[in-house]
Ligand binder design. Structure first.
Ligand code: PEP
Ligand code: MN
Length: 335
């Protein structure tokens, strides 16, 4: 059941929330173009029509999709997520997150941060807890990596996005990072999704490599249903029969997601391609298709990278790419 209730004064809202919660309903305040509305959800049909508090009920929504809070039916304005460094995601201005696959040393992340900042990126990416296919591969520097990344980012005025794998690492990641990333392998790790949903932090949710768009939105719904509306969706390529690329970038996912959800949509061409030579065409296509941002792997010395060197751009190549990205972004802004 979903009911939208007219916005009203703060005291009245608090009172209503209390009454609805006592009926066993989950209550969400969702900002819309008509002001904030109270959204109620419950599994049973509860008749609330005779409660005087809902005399100004404006809509009962019959949902044709299984996701609710992620849908445009509930929220008709784009979700804009503003980070402590002032950068907004989903505002219409393209946002670029760039940096190495993993933090390897203070010098490496310092060099990466300087390079991506000089080229025009606003957010530093880097893994401290790495999900690797092999248990014997490099798994990141952990908390030490987070500290190094924060130091590098602060020096350059960049925000940080980093992945969390283990629920135990959520508090420490929240301390150091501005955005928590949920990787493709954990897109349907529902208990992890619920846990990051309980933090107020922006969450960058990567599409599961085997997930349909609907499954992807349902994964986002888990985070939203915990009261965290700050979710950024990231298309990073899906598994297909094609072997020339690491994954197949689903460009259609950008306009499809944009038509179904108010959440910002970004694209990671690096993990889609698995090959630095393909990053440029895929990044430019993503911007032209309406992406709100990009997530790109950049390493000061890709040849020595401990992880994903093959798909990482050198700083000089990234700088050139940023020039082209900005040209496409300006062309798109004309519409
Ligand atoms: C990453 O961003 O470093 C990463 C592991 O990405 P994905 O989860 O998309 O493979
Ligand atoms: Mn990587």
């Amino acid at each position: 059941m979903v009911v939208l209730v007219d916005s009203c004064g703060n005291d009245e809202i608090q009172h209503k929330i209390h009454v609805f919660q006592s009926l066993g309903l989950k209550v969400y305040i969702v900002p819309t173009s008509k002001g904030p509305v109270i959204t109620l959800m419950g599994n049973d049909c509860i008749d609330i029509s005779n409660i005087s508090l809902v005399s100004r009920t404006v809509q009962h929504v019959q949902l044709k999709v299984p996701y609710v809070l992620a849908s445009k039916i509930i929220k008709d304005t784009p979700t804009v997520i503003t980070l402590p460094n002032g950068v907004s995601i989903g505002s219409g201005a393209l946002v670029v997150m760039a940096g190495p696959c993993s933090v390897e040393s203070q010098k490496q992340i310092d060099d990466a941060a300087r390079a991506v900042k000089n080229a025009g990126a606003q957010i530093l990416r880097g893994g401290a807890f790495k999900p690797r296919t092999s248990p014997y591969a490099f798994h990141g520097l952990g908390i030490e990596g987070l500290r190094m990344m924060r130091k590098a980012a602060d020096r350059e005025g960049l925000a940080i996005v980093t992945e969390v794998l283990d629920p135990e690492d959520i508090p420490i990641a929240c301390e150091y990072a501005d955005i928590l990333q949920i990787g493709t392998r954990n897109c349907q790790n529902f208990s992890l999704l619920r846990k990051v949903g309980k933090t107020g932090k922006p969450i960058l949710l990567k599409r599961g490599m085997m997930n349909t768009i609907e499954e992807f939105l349902m994964a986002a719904e888990y985070i939203l249903s915990e009261g965290n509306m700050n979710v950024i969706l990231c298309e990073r390529g899906i598994r297909t029969f094609e072997t020339e690329t690491r994954n197949t970038l689903d460009i259609s996912a950008i306009p499809v997601l944009k038509s179904k959800t108010h959440l910002p949509v970004i694209v990671d061409p690096s993990h889609a391609a698995g090959n630095w030579k393909l990053i440029e065409p895929l990044a430019l296509a993503a911007v032209a298709a309406g992406a709100d941002g990009l997530l790109i792997e950049v390493h000061p010395t890709p040849d020595t990278a401990l992880c994903d060197g093959m798909q990482s751009l050198r700083p000089d190549k990234f700088e050139l790419l940023m020039k082209k990205i900005n040209r496409i972004a300006s062309a798109m802004a004309l519409h």
